[in-house]
Design a protein around this ligand. Structure first.
Ligand code: URA
Length: 242
């Protein structure tokens, strides 16, 4: 009996699907077909295979043993950051862990984190689809800002993470993030304008903790996030009512 062409087609499509998934796992972000030749594009610097997760775990391990600044003495946990390390559309970078983050070892899980989650969902992403990190990996006591020395000591870890993750865009949340990444001050005037960090498009905007104190500024932040969506060719999903 000759094989059912529909089954054959389903088989071919399933195999093609598996092949494309394996390419994606290897870090391929673009495929081009020209005269029957398939070429795969892996962004420069992006580690392949499971190297991304291994590299990020290596950085997190180094951070967990770090004693380079006084913050190590008062921390419960280090907070390296978490999320999608494979060239996410957006990487959010905040200031430093607070009490909840210090307790759980996870970035942005307290009140400001809940607001950040809402912002991420409003953009049409889940938290797992983006990467979330901070300038400082340990909690400054009394939730004070990290000092310039603490920032300078800690920022190489974040820079290593960005080099591995290769996000398509970065959202710098608040003045400390903007200062740490670009050495710039003036979040109120610089927000809403594109900047560049190592060739990666960077949008500064207000920190969610500031929005908790000043809810009217949510409008400006939403405008900034829409610029990010536009840059990556996406639209915010419609708001669910009720
Ligand atoms: N504020 C930050 O900047 N980062 C966190 O992880 C939590 C609060």
């Amino acid at each position: 009996m000759s094989p059912d062409p529909r089954e054959e087609l389903a088989d071919i499509l399933a195999q093609a699907g598996e092949y494309l998934t394996s390419l994606k796992d290897d870090g391929v972000v673009q495929l081009e077909v020209e005269r029957g030749t398939l070429s795969a594009h892996i962004p420069a610097n992006q580690p392949q295979g499971d190297t991304v997760e291994k590299e990020l775990a290596k950085i997190a391990k180094t951070v967990s043993g770090c004693r380079k600044c006084p913050l190590h003495a008062t921390r419960t946990n280090t907070v390296p950051g978490q999320g999608n390390g494979r060239r996410p559309e957006v990487m959010f970078i905040g200031e430093a862990p607070g009490a909840d983050e210090d307790e759980q070892g996870l970035a942005f899980v307290g009140r400001a984190g809940q607001l950040l989650t809402k912002m991420i969902l409003a953009m049409g992403f889940s938290r797992d689809e983006v990467f979330i990190a901070n300038i400082a990996k340990c909690r400054p006591p009394e939730n004070r800002q990290p000092t310039p020395e603490e920032m300078e000591t800690c920022i190489p870890y974040l820079k290593q993470q960005i080099a591995v993750i290769q996000p398509k865009t970065i959202v710098a949340l608040g003045a400390v993030s903007l200062k740490g990444l670009l050495g710039l001050t003036g979040i109120a005037t610089l927000r809403g304008h594109w900047h560049s960090y190592e060739g990666i498009d960077l949008m500064p905007t207000f920190h969610p903790a500031y929005l908790l104190r000043n809810p009217p500024a949510k409008k400006e932040v939403w405008e900034d996030l829409q610029l990010v969506l536009k840059r990556i060719g996406r639209k915010a999903p419609p708001v669910k009512k009720g």
